[in-house]
Design a protein around this ligand. Sequence first.
Ligand code: ADP
Length: 327
Amino acid sequence: MANIKKIGVFTSGGDSPGMNAAIRSVVRTCAYLNVECVGIYWGYQGMIKGDFKLMNARSVHNIINKGGTILKTARCEEFRTKEGRKKAYDQLQAAGIDAFVVIGGDGSFTGAMIFNQEFGFPVIGIPGTIDNDIFGTTFTLGFDTALNTVVEAIDKIRDTASSHNRLFFVEVMGRDVGHIALNAGVGAGAEEILIPEENLGRERLLESLKRSRSSGKSSSIVIVAEGDKTGKNIFELKEYVEANFPDYEVRVSVLGHMQRGGAPSCYDRVLASRMGVRAVEALLEGKTNLMVGVQDNQLILTPINKAIKGHTKIDKELIRVSEIMST
Ligand code: ADP
C-alpha cells in the first residue's frame, strides 16, 4: 500500500456528461476508505492558484444526475510550462495532497503524465470526453450520453425533413474521429455518414443521394462529423449538392455544444461510478501514470502514454452495417 492520505480530484479540458458522477465516485470512495479528498477547481489553472476545497461524502450529493462539472473546467497555458507545473506542485505540497485523479481527455492526460515524470507525483486518469477518442477504453465518459442527445436531435430533424421532402446535413462533434457520427448515424437511421477517417469523395455522395432518391426516398439525413473533409465545410458541401442535385431542398443543422450537455445516461453514471472507485483504489495500491478504462465490461488500467498515443480505430463493422442499412 502506498502512503497516500490525501487525494486531489479535478476535471480538465473539454467537459462531458458523467464528469460529476466521476467526481462523486472519487470523493465517496475516499470517504469510504478514510482518505481525505480535495476538490481542485478549474483544472490545472486552479491547481496553480491553489483553488482547493476539502470534500466529504456530503459535498457531492445530488450531482450524479447533473451534466457539466461542479469543479469547473479550464484550459491552462501556464501548465504547459515547467514554471507553471512547479507552481502547481508547490501548491499541492502546501495542501498536503499526495496524489491526484484527473478526469479529462487527451490533453489533460498529457499534462498529468509530464507532471508525473517531473515530480514523481502519483496520477491516475479517468477518460471524460464525448469524442470517445482515447485508447485503452471502449467507452469514455459522456460518449453514450452524447449519442443519445444526437439521436434525439436527429429524430426531430427527421420529422421536419420528411414533412418537406428535404435533405438535411447535420453536423456533429468529432474533429479527428467519427465515433459520434457513425454510432449516432446508425442509431438515427441516417442515409449517409461522413467521417474524417474515410473520404470517399463528393461524387460518391451525389451518386448515393441519387440512388436513394430513385429508390423512393423523399427525404434524407446526412450526418457529417466536424472533421470530415468531403467538403471544405458543411455549408460548402450543401452548396455543392444543391448545385448538382436540384431535386432536394437542402438544409444544414449544426448541433454544436448541446452535444456536451444534459443529464448523463445511466450507462455513463454507472461507468463513472466504477471508474472513480478503481482510480482511488489504484492510487492506494501504489499505482501511477495509468488510465482507468473499460473493455469487455471489465475495468482495466492502461499506461497514460499509450492512452494518449494509440488512437482508437473506427469500427469497420459499423461502417458496413451503415452501408447496408441505407439501402
Ligand atoms: P482535453 O483534456 O479535453 O484533451 P486540452 O487538450 O485542452 O483538453 O488539455 C487540457 C489542459 O491540459 C491544457 O489546457 C493544459 O493545461 C494541459 N495540457 C495539455 N497538453 C499539455 C502538455 N503537452 N503539457 C502540459 N500540459 C498540457
